[in-house]
Design a binder for this molecule. Structure first.
Ligand code: FMN
Length: 360
């Protein structure tokens, strides 16, 4: 059996990379929106996504601005509380929070997560960020660990979450270099079975090994379909060695128009008006501290913060999304030029095509 068939194939999952931060997603002056982070906008997108049939919403978590001329990510909503509010006003869609491991005690994060799971009747999930943005941690007086140790600590963090969420109350004990839990107790435990889904977004070798051992989903930022296929194959092969299955979700940013040339022109405009100062700030942090984005150039990173461009007519875009699926990717996390409008348009123009293609 090939690694891709290791698990019976589910239909493609589609999600939105929400503007929980300002100026999302393009690092550009072109159509840059300083007010897209507001809760009113996030709520509109969430309700439109749920009505259109999207599967999940995913936030960006930031503790301080990236800066630059547009003040990229200058305003942001904290994502545990953001998820609580959105889960309370939706019915069906799954919503994630993003947790920076160095900032949270895992017992507190487990309790907050169990609360969000109960608020939503099992619709909440967690994205684990090991930490790469040194300025954020300097602000809190938190020392950043070496890359390998960051992931060792993240793995311990996840073990504590799982222990508290699944072991009989008062019986979970844990001791490592990073965390100590005695007679761990988290009641109520989550409704989600066996526990809320645990995501990691990173493709370094340390990240891939941790995902294989202990996470449920891996979010990737490929440069091409070949790249996506290779990443999906590798993540799944590593997980299979532990007798596990992981879902792979790729970042992408579609633009579709009646004339394909108009979609390409829109992307070119984003790149032509890039905010070089903000990009340099980001690249300085990301290139030094993360391995996932080191293939990106300022040009590819400026469009959708590194999301793969999917451009053309509605049919072209649907075919490109289907191609992800046929290459072994299980989900697509999308950002848009105009989140509210494009979420509705995606439901009208693209979802019916994906259904006809038997991908959704
Ligand atoms: C889809 C996606 C979402 C991410 N979301 C965040 C985020 O909200 N906040 C953050 O600080 N880092 C975020 N990251 C960065 C990753 O968590 C990770 O730290 C980075 O990719 C470096 O990983 P590496 O050191 O394993 O290469 C995201 C990455 C991806 C691919």
């Amino acid at each position: 059996m090939s690694e891709l068939n290791y698990h019976a194939r589910e239909r493609l999952q589609i999600g939105i990379f929400m503007p929980s931060v300002s100026h999302s997603p393009n690092i550009s002056h072109y159509k840059s929106d300083p007010d897209d982070w507001t809760f009113a906008t996030n709520k509109k997108i969430a309700l439109a996504a749920e009505a259109a049939g999207f599967d999940f919403l995913f936030p960006i978590s930031r503790w301080r601005t990236i800066g630059g001329a547009i003040d990229f990510h200058g305003k942001s909503l904290e994502t545990m509380t953001w998820a609580a509010a959105l889960l309370a006003c939706t019915q069906r869609i799954q919503i994630f929070s993003t947790v920076h491991v160095p900032v949270f005690n895992p017992v507190v994060a487990a309790k907050m997560g169990a609360t969000l799971d109960h608020v939503s009747n099992g619709r909440w999930g967690i994205n684990i960020v090991s930490g790469w943005n040194r300025k954020e941690f300097d602000m809190m007086g938190i020392e950043m660990l070496e890359h390998e140790n960051r992931y060792r600590r993240s793995e311990d963090f996840i073990k504590v979450l799982k222990g508290l969420w699944t072991e009989p109350l008062g019986t979970f004990n844990f001791k490592s270099e990073y965390y100590t839990v005695r007679d761990g107790y988290c009641a109520p435990q989550p409704i989600a079975d066996p526990h809320p889904p645990i995501v990691n977004a990173g493709t370094s070798s340390d990240a891939r090994d941790m995902v294989a051992r202990i996470c449920d989903w891996a979010f990737i930022c490929p440069m091409s379909f070949d790249d996506a296929e290779e990443l999906a194959r590798d993540f799944k092969a590593r997980a299979a060695r532990h007798g596990r299955h992981v879902r792979i979700v790729s970042m992408a940013q579609p633009i579709w128009a009646a004339q394909a040339a108009d979609a390409h022109a829109e992307r070119d405009r984003v790149v032509a008006e890039m905010d070089k100062e903000a990009l340099r700030h980001w690249a300085a942090g990301a290139n030094m501290e993360s391995e996932s984005f080191n293939q990106q150039t300022l040009e590819t990173f400026c469009y959708g913060s590194g999301a793969m461009p999917l451009l053309g007519t509605a049919n072209d875009v649907a075919e490109q999304i289907a191609e992800f699926y046929h290459r072994g990717v299980d989900g697509v996390l999308m950002s848009y030029m105009d989140f509210v409008k494009d979420t509705v348009r995606f439901g009208e123009d693209i979802i019916p095509l994906l259904k006809r293609m038997n991908v959704l």
